[in-house]
Design a binder for this molecule. Structure first.
Ligand SMILES: Cc1ncc(COP(=O)(O)O)c(C=O)c1O
Length: 379
């Protein structure tokens, strides 16, 4: 199957796969060991240094990392987890997989991020965890939500799938909450084709995560003959990363800071160029973050968002809502409630290309086209 996209289309997403991956990848591929081994260990070591965080666990997807976090937070049937519908379905499916009930909190109508006061109003004695999603790469009120969670002895999970390399109050996202997850899926800031990361604040959770990602078995335990000799204390999953994915990740990490810087530069360019265009509302960024957005999200006001996407398409620029609110799906029907902030955000939000592949010429062209749209369609 071929994908029907014009070759010069300004894309929202692009896979970063440097040629320098080829050598190490082929070497590992033919090494006779392609499961979870020394390359996974090496990748984790490099991630620990990159994030300055002791407890990094690689897994086979961001979705697995979220499910593992929920398990470590002891979420199960009868429990409630507060989350947002304004995200990828992958954020919320693991809650259902654990047999727990999703309780939606509302979003800030401008940023789309989960709102701490709305979370407060949804906490009950059954609440076990709160999930916050850094939509587009813009961090939520991490400190505010963690303080609220601590008051009620609830665990917090950050979905950082869009926020690799973002800093919040002087530390990288990954270092603030009980559990933080990243996705290394094909089109994220860095990719291992598929993969995920789980960061655990405390050492006990980390040790348990290492066991649970592979059937509850300690791969490093001393053994006489083979791996299944010792007792398995509790059931685990087949969530581990393999050496093929890890060797790609090791190579990707060498480039990531330059890529992130380009995301950041493109964002700053748009912030300046688009700030005074009628019919376009930008999302303010707090001064205590260093962002490198996965999405450049803006609002097209006056009910013109769909016209905007259609117009940009005719101009060869991809513009998309990227994620549909999850609460339209029957799978989440049990959680339905009024969410005026989500309604407002979702009615006008749209993302434009911002990643490392967007050149100076591309971003100037995209800004020109947005200006042209505004002059043509907005009275
Ligand atoms: C916000 C969000 N959360 C979770 C995920 C799940 O990550 P993965 O695809 O690695 O399972 C994604 C992925 O694409 C995402 O965008």
């Amino acid at each position: 199957m071929t994908r029907d996209i014009a070759p010069d289309k300004k894309l929202l997403f692009k896979v970063h796969m440097p040629k320098s991956v080829d050598g190490p990848l082929l070497e590992t591929l033919h090494s006779g060991f392609i499961g979870q081994g020394t390359k996974v260990d090496e990748f984790e070591e490099k991630l620990r240094a990159y994030f300055n965080h002791e407890h990094v666990v690689t897994v086979n997807s961001g979705t697995s990392a979220l499910q593992l976090a929920l398990r470590l937070a002891n979420v199960g049937p009868g429990d409630e987890v507060i989350s947002t519908p304004m995200t990828c379905t992958a954020t919320n499916m693991p809650v259902l997989a654990m047999g727990a009930k999703l309780v939606w909190a509302d979003s800030n109508p401008v940023t789309g991020l989960i709102d701490a006061e709305s979370i407060r109003s949804k906490i009950t004695e059954k609440t076990k965890a709160i999930i916050m999603v850094h939509f587009g790469g813009l961090p939520c009120d991490i400190d505010g939500i963690n303080a609220l969670a601590q008051e009620h002895q609830i665990k917090t999970i950050e979905d950082g799938a869009h926020a690799f390399g973002v800093s919040y109050k002087g530390k990288k996202v990954g270092c603030h909450s009980d559990f933080v997850m990243f996705s290394l899926q094909a089109i994220k800031h860095i990719t291992t084709i598929d993969g995920g990361l789980l960061f655990c604040k405390n050492a006990e959770d980390y040790k348990r995560a290492v066991l649970l990602r592979w059937y509850g078995i300690d791969r490093n335990a001393k053994r006489k003959e083979f791996r299944c000799e010792e007792n398995i204390a509790e059931f685990g999953y087949k969530f581990h990363m393999n050496d093929i994915c890890a060797v790609i990740g090791i190579e990707q990490l060498k480039y990531v800071d330059d890529l992130l810087q380009r995301h950041r530069d493109n964002q700053l360019f748009y912030d300046e160029r688009l700030k005074a265009i009628p019919g376009i509302q930008l999302i303010p960024k707090p001064s205590d973050i260093v962002s490198c957005p996965w999405l450049y999200v803006l609002h097209v006001t006056d009910g013109r968002r769909n016209d905007f996407m259609a117009w940009m398409d005719t101009q060869n620029v991809m513009a998309s809502r990227v994620h549909e609110r999850n609460d339209i799906h029957d799978a989440f029907a049990e959680s339905n409630c009024q969410l005026p902030g989500v309604d407002t955000f979702n009615a006008s939000q749209v993302s434009i290309p911002v990643g490392w592949w967007i050149t100076d010429d591309d971003r100037a062209y995209i800004a020109d086209k947005i200006e042209e749209f505004s002059q043509t369609f907005v009275q």
